[in-house]
Design a protein around this ligand. Structure first.
Ligand code: UDX
Ligand code: UDX
Length: 475
C-alpha cells in the first residue's frame, strides 16, 4: 500500500483533465503530474510556447500552466510509461452518448473508459489507485474493477501480474467551463466515493492542501457516481424550468428577469441558474440526462424517465421557438436576408461549442434560406465550419464557394448589411454594444434578438432598433 502519492497520471488532456491537473500541480508541488492523451496534436498544443494557443481557453489557465509546466506538470503521449510509474491514475476521457447499438441515443458509450482500464491493467505496477473523474453511469466502477482484477490473476503472458493491486475511487469533477480555475481552487464540495479507506485518505490528503476538510464528502462509490449525474440533471432542470416560464412571460407581458429575481430571493429556491436563454449546451447536461433516462428505463422506472426527458424536450423547444420568432418578426420569411450571429460558444469565457444552442439555431436559420455572419471572440473559424456541416441539412448541398455563412472577425464586420442581429452567447463584450455605430452598418428593419437578456433596451431603442428580448413581454 502506498503511504503517500508521488506520481499522478491523468489519462485524457481535455476540458476536465487539463485544468484539473494544472490546479492540483499548482497546489501540490511535491507531486509529479503526467497528463497523457492519445491525441498527438492536443498534447502538442498543451506544450506550446504560445500560451494564447493552448487547446482550451479558460480564464486563469495559462498563468498556472506557465508556472507549473515542465516543473511538476508534464503533457505527453507516453501513456504506457506514465501509467507504469503512477501511484494514482485519474481517468478523464470523454464519455459520449452511444450512436449505435443497444441504448443508442441515450446510454453512455464506455468504450474509451474500457480501453483505459485495459491499458492500466496491462501497464500498472505495484499498487495503483484508479480514480474515475469522467462522469459515468452508476456501477461503471464495477466494470473497471472486473477488468483490472482480470489482470491481477496469474497470467503467463503477464509476469508482473502477481504484484499488481488496484483500488478504485470515484471523484467526479464539478467544474463549469469558463470558471474552471476558480471552481477548482474554491470548490463547493469535493466528492470521493470508494470502499478502501486508505485510498480515500490519500486522495483526501491531496485536496486538503487547499480545500477545507468540511467540504470533502466521502460516500460509497455508487452514491458518488450517481450524485454527479443528478447534480447535472438538477442544474439542467432549473434552466428548462426558467426557459419554459420565459415563453409564458412573453405571452403575459411579464418580465422574466423580475420573475426570476422574485422567485430566486426565496432562500429555499436560491438565485443561481435562473437565467433564461437559448437553452443549455455543453458536453454534460444533455448527455447526462439522456443517460439518467436510460438508467431509469432500465430499472423499470418509466415515469421517472419521462419526467427527466422533458428537460431535454423543453431545451430543444426553446431553440426552435427562437428560430420561429426570428422568422415571424422578419415578416414571415428570412429567405435571402442576412443575419448577424453574436456568439457561437455554448456559454461565455470558453471556446467550447459542444452542444451549443448556436449550432442548432444557425442550422435552422440557414435552412430557412438566409445567410449568416457569425462572430465569436474565441471560437475558431474551422470549428464553426465543422459544426455547421451536417449532411442532414439541405443548405449544404451548395458547393463550398456558395457557403451561406461567413465567420466574421469583429462585431462590426458581422453586422454589415444585415437585417437582424441575434445574441446567442453571453460574452461580456456584447453587454455594451455600440448601437450608434452598429445601426449605421445594418439595414432596416434593424432587429436585435437578445436571447441572453444582456443588452440595454433603452439605449438600443434610442437608435431606432426593433428589439426582442427573451422572456420580456413588455417591449
Ligand atoms: C470530460 C469528462 O471526462 C466527461 O465524462 C464529462 O462528461 C465531460 O467532460 P472532457 O475533458 O470535456 O470530458 O472531454 P474532452 O475534452 O473530449 O477530453 C477527453 C480527452 O481524452 C481527449 O483529448 C481524448 O483524446 C482523450 N482520450 C480519449 C484518450 O487519451 N484516450 C482514450 O482512450 C480516449
Ligand atoms: C456543467 C456543470 O455546471 C458542472 O458542474 C459540470 O461539472 C459540467 O457541466 P458547464 O456545462 O461547463 O458545467 O457550464 P454551466 O455553467 O453549467 O452551463 C451550462 C449551460 O447552461 C450553458 O449553455 C449556459 O449558458 C446555460 N445556462 C446556465 C443558462 O442558460 N442559464 C443559467 O442560469 C445557467
Amino acid at each position: 500500500m502506498a503511504i503517500s502519492i508521488k506520481n499522478i497520471c491523468c489519462i485524457g488532456a481535455g476540458y476536465v483533465g487539463g485544468p484539473s491537473m494544472t490546479v492540483m500541480a499548482d497546489r501540490c508541488p511535491e507531486i509529479t503530474f503526467n497528463v497523457v492523451d492519445k491525441n498527438i496534436k492536443r498534447i502538442e498544443s498543451w506544450n506550446t510556447s504560445d500560451l494564447n494557443n493552448l487547446p482550451i481557453y479558460e480564464p486563469g489557465l495559462s498563468l498556472l500552466i506557465n508556472k507549473c509546466r515542465n516543473k511538476n506538470l508534464y503533457f505527453s503521449n507516453e501513456i504506457e510509461k506514465n501509467i507504469s510509474s503512477a501511484d494514482m491514475i485519474f481517468i478523464s476521457v470523454n464519455t459520449p452518448t452511444k450512436k449505435t447499438g443497444l441504448g443508442a441515443g441515450q446510454a453512455i458509450d464506455l468504450k474509451w473508459i474500457e480501453s483505459c482500464a485495459r491499458q492500466i491493467a496491462m501497464h500498472a505496477k505495484g499498487h495503483t489507485i484508479v480514480v474515475e473523474k469522467s462522469t459515468l453511469p452508476v456501477k461503471t466502477a464495477q466494470a473497471i474493477k472486473s477488468i483490472l482484477d482480470g489482470h491481477t490473476k496469474k497470467d503467463s503472458k503477464n509476469l508482473d501480474s502477481d504484484n499488481k493491486t488496484f483500488s478504485i475511487l470515484s471523484n467526479p469533477e464539478f467544474l463549469a467551463e469558463g470558471t474552471a480555475i476558480d471552481d477548482l481552487l474554491s470548490p463547493d464540495r469535493i466528492l470521493i466515493g470508494g470502499d478502501d479507506n486508505n485510498s480515500i485518505e490519500l486522495l483526501k490528503n491531496i485536496y486538503l492542501k487547499w480545500v477545507d476538510g468540511g467540504k470533502i464528502l466521502t460516500t460509497d462509490i455508487w452514491s458518488s457516481e450517481l450524485s454527479k449525474l443528478i447534480a447535472n440533471a438538477f442544474l439542467a432542470q432549473r434552466i428548462s424550468s426558467i426557459n419554459s416560464i420565459s415563453a409564458l412571460c412573453e405571452s403575459t407581458e411579464a418580465n422574466i428577469i423580475d420573475v426570476a429575481k422574485a422567485v430566486g430571493m426565496d432562500s429555499r429556491i436560491g438565485k443561481n441558474f435562473l437565467n433564461s436563454g437559448p437553452g443549455f449546451g455543453g458536453s454534460c447536461f444533455k448527455k447526462d440526462i439522456l443517460n439518467l433516462v436510460y438508467i431509469c428505463n432500465y430499472y423499470g422506472l418509466n415515469e421517472v424517465a419521462d419526467y427527466w426527458e422533458k428537460v431535454i424536450t423543453i431545451n430543444n423547444w426553446q431553440q426552435n421557438r427562437i428560430v420561429s420568432i426570428v422568422v415571424n418578426k422578419l415578416y414571415g420569411t428570412i429567405s435571402g436576408k442576412k443575419i448577424a450571429i453574436l456568439g457561437f460558444a455554448f456559454k461565455a469565457n470558453t471556446n467550447d461549442t459542444r452542444e451549443s444552442p448556436a449550432i442548432n439555431i444557425c442550422r435552422q436559420l440557414l435552412e430557412e434560406g438566409c445567410t449568416l455572419n457569425i462572430y465569436d471572440p474565441k471560437v475558431k473559424k474551422e470549428q464553426i465550419d465543422s459544426d455547421l456541416r451536417d449532411e442532414n441539412y439541405s443548405y449544404l448541398n451548395k458547393s463550398d464557394k456558395e457557403k451561406t455563412w461567413k465567420v466574421s472577425s469583429s462585431i462590426i464586420d458581422a453586422v454589415k448589411e444585415t437585417d437582424a442581429l441575434i445574441i446567442l452567447t453571453d460574452w461580456s463584450e456584447f453587454n455594451n454594444l455600440d448601437f450608434q455605430k452598429i445601426n449605421k452598418f445594418m439595414r432596416p428593419p434593424c432587429w436585435i434578438f437578445d436571447t441572453r437578456n444582456i443588452i440595454n433596451i433603452n439605449k438600443a431603442k434610442k437608435y431606432g432598433f426593433n428589439i426582442w428580448k427573451i422572456g420580456n413581454g413588455n417591449l
